[in-house]
Design a protein around this ligand. Structure first.
Ligand SMILES: Nc1c(C(=O)O)ncn1[C@@H]1O[C@H](COP(=O)(O)O)[C@@H](O)[C@H]1O
Length: 161
């Protein structure tokens, strides 16, 4: 059974959410992908959220744009950790998505990352960090990822100087 569900409100979110799955692949985290809109598919959303824990998922990553209620509505239907990724919307540059995801009422948290591709990548890393609490293979992959990142940064500085 996959460890993570990557859920998006529309196929139009895929260009950003692909960044999430690319990092999950690098970190050896197993995942499943879904397009489920809280607005357009309310019954499917509720069924997915209420069954997620029984389906042995550990973390849900949810990307949505505009009136981005999807992460919050997933969080309302499960006690699994939900990481929300605000899409960079065209009309308001993602500020609408960010505020819709981050401003949850007390009691139903969504761990909200940055707008767009950087947030999509960080959502995958954050999910891996949660899974690594009980998974040494993912922990090792995370450590290696960090080491490569540090090495690349040091090398890029050397190129500048
Ligand atoms: N925010 C939501 C929800 C939801 O929260 O239920 N469902 C779709 N959407 C968002 O609408 C935007 C435009 O979607 P379309 O391109 O399909 O019109 C997408 O960014 C999607 O995440």
């Amino acid at each position: 059974m996959p460890q993570v569900a990557v859920v998006m409100g529309s196929t139009s979110d895929w260009s950003s959410m692909k960044k999430t799955t690319e990092i999950l692949d690098i970190l050896g985290v197993t995942y499943e992908k879904h397009v489920i809109s809280a607005h357009r598919m309310p019954q499917e959303l509720q069924a997915f959220g209420t069954q997620a824990r029984d389906n042995k998922l550990q973390v849900i990553i949810a990307g949505a744009g505009g009136a981005a209620h999807l992460p919050g509505m997933l969080a309302a239907n499960t006690t699994l950790p939900v990481i929300g990724v605000p899409m960079q919307s065209r009309a308001l540059n993602g500020l609408d998505s960010l505020l819709s995801i981050v401003q949850m009422p007390a009691g139903v948290p969504v761990a909200t990352v940055a707008i767009g591709d950087a947030g999509a990548k960080n959502a995958a890393i954050l999910a891996a960090q949660i899974i690594a609490l009980n998974d040494n293979d993912v922990l090792q992959a995370l450590n290696e990822y960090r080491e490569r990142q540090t090495k690349t940064s040091i090398e890029s500085e050397a190129e500048l100087i």
